[in-house]
Design a protein around this ligand. Structure first.
Ligand code: GLC
Length: 650
């Protein structure tokens, strides 16, 4: 976990390299080991292409800003200074350095000198000639290139370390480089990393009959959970990091899976999110704690409600009401306890109800595509009504624990229940939303987008749907929406709905929100089937989206994503690219899949009294064994059948 390695072997020379960042220094360590079958001389050319630290500037104004870049040697250490003053945080911009723990024979700081005009990084002129030119760069395109000349004896293993790091001053660079060159530095970094991941992953480990599922539960799913939690939907292979920052709803959902693994980190993030809540209860949509930019202030109907789920899960995990009394600021001034903050979330929704009695959609709910439903401010979200019902039940329970009356939450819940089962019910499934004009979307009466997944699963999750309707709704999901590569989000996909002139979406059929297998929303169907006690369906829905299973079914040529992380969505059957996985890593699927499998399929869920164990596994998955950390102790849970479980201290 947390490192990447490559191995190569050619003509009797073996090379291994591992890249990792340890906990102690701001340094990427390249640990290289070489072994040769005979005595020989070897040259190594570690190279880094340096860009402008704000990548857009490189595209917009490289011609001038290149005058402010410098790259030069300081003894045997190379230094890069990004001196662009009119960037957001010039005073916090570090120097970058590059060093090795063996003598440096030569170097290049100027990219053109190293690569060569009309040559390329595939075949740099410096490497081809076997000699770097000691170029320095004051104005131009920077790079770090080192030439390391080694002599290897037959059979001898040689380790070489290279360090790519940052520090604020030249002096600090020299100190850091000296620490890095100490003999056991890389080893300590590796061990520290290993310990950190072991501690994190040991919070929940299982032995399952399904080894694909076991690998996901024990390793990759919590790994993805951590990466999402840390980086939100920010800079990555898919996202530039320039406009999404930290999203309120996405991060609030990421937190749900961090709570069972590390409540300390979850609390810190929750504090951060609460500081984006206004006194009237609504929240900023995205914000930028690192960059310091102005937040995106659009009001969505769901953002502030996710916070209640975080608080509820945290209280149950910790078995303590302490977090509720924590004082946190409001974005528009003043302070309030967490309990007051979540009370305001409820107040906001109660004071923003539409004509039909469902919450106003505002700028959309969880589904980003629904922003056109409410341009006149009247559109309503039946799904947000269900999300509201879900958190009302949580508030009622928390109020009871606080010694307060939960009557207002119960009343609001009952009102929503009445609406959901009357206006919200279409006959064989639940409708999705109501437009400004009063049209019910997600209805058999409409020509397209007749059924939407989320109002079926959340009718169960919220408990709002009448029992027979819950079952009918989830049966409709299976009948109309399930595929061998997951459940599509809506059916049938929209083409020219509600009109060709002003369609609800320009997404192609089967893409993204318009009828793909939206993996995030699939997790809720798994949870709903578990709540209905239908283990075979729940397991089917879970297993078919395991990345290695989906990849094998679709074939890698079609699937085209990693077989160990969840993707946000997979092109649906109405697309000729059915099976193409899209946006892996950055998705709420990670957090919710983790909850679906650990808390619903395996059924190990914290509640106020302790750890509740109510599995919902199909017979062929039994027995299963889990170790789980809970309130400072570790428990071993043996699931022999869904009604026969043993819990003992591990
Ligand atoms: C993307 C967004 C998320 C949204 C979802 C559904 O995953 O990051 O905020 O809820 O799409 O539209």
């Amino acid at each position: 976990m947390g490192y990447t390695g490559f191995q190569a072997e050619r003509r009797g020379l073996e090379a291994n390299v591992t890249y990792l960042v340890g906990r102690e220094e701001n340094v990427l360590i390249w640990e290289m080991s070489l072994r040769s079958d005979r005595d020989r001389k070897v040259q190594i050319f570690p190279y880094v292409e340096l860009g402008m630290m704000e990548f857009l500037r490189e595209i917009q104004w490289q011609c001038y800003n290149k005058h402010q870049l410098a790259c030069y040697p300081m003894g045997e250490v190379l230094v890069y200074r990004y001196g662009v003053e009119n960037q957001p945080r010039p005073d916090e911009t570090p120097l970058v350095f590059f060093a090795a723990d063996v003598p440096v024979a030569a170097f290049d700081c100027d990219r053109d000198s190293f690569v060569g005009s009309y040559w390329s990084e595939e075949n740099p002129v410096g490497v081809e000639q076997g000699e770097l030119s000691d170029s320095v760069m004051y104005g131009g395109d920077p790079c770090f290139a080192l030439q390391l000349d080694l002599e290897l004896a037959a059979g001898e293993e040689r380790k070489v370390h290279i360090f790519l790091g940052t520090a604020m001053t030249e002096e600090e660079i020299l100190q850091t480089a000296a620490r890095c060159r100490k003999a056991d530095f890389a080893q300590r970094a590796r061990e520290g990393l290993q310990e950190q991941w072991e501690r994190y992953l040991s919070g929940f480990q299982c032995t399952l009959a399904d080894k694909d599922a076991q690998t996901m539960v024990n390793i990759w799913n919590p790994y993805q959970v951590e990466r999402n939690f840390q980086f939100s939907r920010n800079i990555s292979y898919y996202a530039t990091g320039t406009f999404r920052g930290v999203g309120m709803r996405d991060t609030a959902q990421d937190i749900l899976a961090m709570i069972p693994l590390d409540t300390g980190r979850a609390r810190e993030k929750m504090d951060l999110l609460f500081s984006q809540q206004y006194r009237d209860g609504h929240c900023n949509h995205y914000f930028f704690p690192t960059e310091g930019w102005e937040p995106v202030t659009r009001i969505h109907s769901d953002n502030h409600l996710w916070l209640i789920m975080d608080v509820y899960h945290l209280v149950m995990e910790e078995g303590s009401l302490e977090y509720l009394s924590r004082e946190l600021p409001y974005y528009d001034g003043g302070w309030g306890s967490v309990w007051e903050h979540v009370g305001k979330s409820i107040e906001f929704t109660l004071s923003h109800m539409g004509e039909n009695g469902f919450p106003l959609m505002l700028c959309s709910d969880w589904n980003d595509m629904l922003y056109k439903v409410c341009r006149k401010g009247k559109g309503e979200s039946i799904w947000t009504g269900m999300q509201f019902g879900t958190v009302l039940r949580m508030m009622k329970e928390l109020a009871g624990l606080m010694g307060e009356s939960g009557v207002k939450y119960e009343e609001a819940y009952q009102q929503m229940q009445e609406k959901v089962n009357s206006l919200g019910w279409d006959g064989a499934w639940f409708r999705r939303c109501i437009t400004d004009e009063g049209v019910f979307i997600g209805s058999d009466r409409e020509p397209q987008a007749k059924i939407w997944l989320n109002t079926q699963s959340w009718a169960v999750i919220s408990g709002l749907g009448d029992p027979d309707k819950q079952i009918a709704a989830m049966d409709s999901v299976r009948k109309y929406m399930d595929t061998e590569l997951g459940i599509r989000k809506i059916y049938p996909a929209m083409e020219d709905y509600p009109s060709k002139e002003d369609p609800l979406t320009y997404y192609n059929k089967g893409c993204g929100e318009n009828g793909s297998v939206f993996c995030h929303a699939n997790t809720w169907a798994i949870i709903a089937e578990c709540m209905l006690g239908r283990s075979d369906y729940a397991w089917k829905y879970y297993r078919q989206l395991l990345p290695m299973v989906a990849q094998a079914r679709a074939g890698q040529e079609r699937y085209r994503a990693e077989p160990y992380v969840y993707a946000s969505n997979i092109f649906g059957p109405e697309s000729d690219r059915f099976g193409l996985a899209n946006v892996s890593w950055l998705t709420g699927t990670a957090a919710w899949m983790y909850l679906a499998v650990t808390q619903y399929l395996l059924g190990i869920r914290p509640c106020w009294e302790g750890l509740s164990v109510k599995p919902c596994l199909p017979r062929e998955m039994l027995p299963a064994v889990v170790t789980r950390r809970f309130r400072g102790k570790v428990y071993r849970i043996t699931i022999r059948s869904n009604d026969d479980v043993d819990v003992e201290p591990a």
